[in-house]
Unconditional design. Structure first.
Length: 178
């Protein structure tokens, strides 16, 4: 069920939030799925996923689509790429299939700059989950307002989608993170 007319799939975002908080994942940086690393690449050491890697795994579990490649070396670490049907592996950003499942526009490989928040700002999975909760709340709130405008034929679907995504992004970025 998609609770948001712009396409953001609230149920799928909530599944991502739940996975980030599950304790099942060790957080890593600079790749979707780090299988082994030299010291300094992961927050807790050993195998880990960045927040976008966790999303790929949630997508795989929920849809039965996609798989992790055989691990291979890259820049002092061993990583696995996420492969979806008809696409080569992705090692750093979201594949198009996962973007669409989340309700993002094509080419939104790093939604809300969360890859940067994970890697460069070193946000914890809990901080990212809190941020995503704000995204859900903002999306629902802004959706109701703009849904009325669309019903009155004041916006075409693409303009409507752009306006809501822009409003959600601006509001979500302003959410204070502990």
């Amino acid at each position: 069920m998609n609770d948001n007319k712009i396409g953001l799939n609230v149920r799928n975002i909530e599944a991502w939030i739940e996975a980030l908080r599950s304790g099942l994942y060790t957080q890593s940086r600079q790749a979707l799925n780090v299988v082994s690393v030299e010291p300094g690449y992961t927050q807790k050491g050993g195998v880990g996923m960045c927040c976008l890697g966790v999303l790929c795994n949630v997508y795989k579990e929920e849809t039965g689509i996609g798989e992790w490649s055989e691990p291979h070396g890259r820049e002092g670490r061993t990583i696995a790429e996420f492969i979806t049907p008809g696409h080569s592996g992705e090692r750093d950003y979201l594949p198009e299939d996962v973007q669409a499942w989340l309700g993002l526009g094509k080419g939104d490989r790093n939604p809300f700059q969360l890859g940067n928040k994970n890697d460069e700002s070193e946000w914890s999975f809990e901080q990212i989950a809190c941020f995503l909760q704000g995204v859900v709340a903002c999306a629902v709130e802004h959706n109701h307002k703009l849904e009325r405008m669309q019903a009155e034929h004041k916006l075409d679907r693409e303009e409507y989608r752009r306006n809501v995504l822009e409003a959600v992004t601006k509001a979500a970025v302003a959410i204070p993170i502990k």
